[in-house]
Design a protein around this ligand. Structure first.
Ligand SMILES: Nc1ncnc2c1ncn2[C@@H]1O[C@H](COP(=O)(O)OP(=O)(O)OP(=O)(O)O)[C@@H](O)[C@H]1O
Length: 247
């Protein structure tokens, strides 16, 4: 499903948070939004999802520019936001319409696709952070969203679990072919996962650069090419300077 933002801006109580945001995503493309804290990344995701409709400009999802919650989008947050009184299966079926048995068959397919088969009847308190985030991914995917919006989905996880879930995301993306917009602070993550990385800067946040990552997947983490792109991104964020702190 295609996505297009044209001159999107958002002002909160007279203060502009983001402005002049224009970019498009082709069906199945993975777009990264990268930028320092407060430049408006989450604000843009909320506008795309329709959770926030008070933005300026146009957002078109497959040609539809209406400002409403889009059921063609799925959202994954930094924390899993599972319902503690429901088990894994019930968390994934929650919000689905239809007969109980059909919902459960569908949910089990997605629970399996995130590697949690056999854990359907565990409660959120019985899950590790990585398992809980896998449930959140299954819950977002079960509605077959054509656009998946991820807001720093792996930033609360340890380094190993983070890498596992990045690979899992690529696996499910290959299977379900959603268009993905990923907000992240992690340059390595953006370079590993994305087809394009959009760099936002300033307050109000604006697009500074739109970098195409042409490297074929699977990508080698930390390859020379990736290191060169990382340096380029750090420089464009003014973060590649020697520290001025002396010992
Ligand atoms: N509901 C709101 N009411 C008022 N101001 C808001 C609201 N939501 C966001 N803002 C402001 O908009 C700006 C951008 O916030 P946003 O959360 O989108 O940034 P971000 O780039 O996602 O930040 P971070 O990387 O720290 O999560 C900030 O100055 C923030 O204070």
């Amino acid at each position: 499903m295609s996505l297009e933002l044209h001159n999107v801006g958002r002002t909160f109580k007279g203060k502009t948070a983001v402005q002049n945001i224009s970019f498009s995503a082709k069906p199945g493309e993975i777009i990264g939004l990268l930028g320092t804290s407060g430049c408006g990344k989450s604000t843009i995701l909320r506008a795309i999802s329709g959770l926030d409709t008070d933005y300026d400009g146009d957002i078109s999802i497959n040609g539809n520019t209406s400002k409403e919650i889009h059921d063609t989008t799925g959202f994954i947050f930094q924390e899993p936001r599972l319902l503690p009184w429901l088990d894994v299966l019930e968390n994934v079926t929650f919000g689905l319409k239809g007969k109980k048995q059909e919902k459960e068959v569908l949910a089990k397919e997605y629970i399996e696709s995130v590697g949690l088969q056999g854990n359907e009847h565990l409660y959120p308190r019985e899950l590790s952070g990585g398992m809980a985030q896998r449930v959140a991914i299954a819950r977002a995917l079960v509605t077959s969203p054509e656009i998946l919006l991820l807001d720093e989905p792996f930033s609360a996880l340890d380094a190993f679990t983070k890498m596992q879930l990045q690979d899992l995301l690529l696996d499910v993306w290959k299977t379900y072919q959603s268009t993905i917009v990923l907000v992240t602070h992690d340059i390595d993550e953006a370079l590993y996962l994305c087809d394009r990385v959009i760099i936002l800067r300033g307050q109000p946040g604006e697009i500074d650069r739109d970098i195409l990552i042409e490297e074929k997947r699977p990508r080698a983490r930390g390859s020379e090419k990736m290191a060169a792109l990382k340096t380029e991104i750090l420089e464009s964020l003014d973060l590649n300077k020697p520290s001025s702190i002396t010992s």
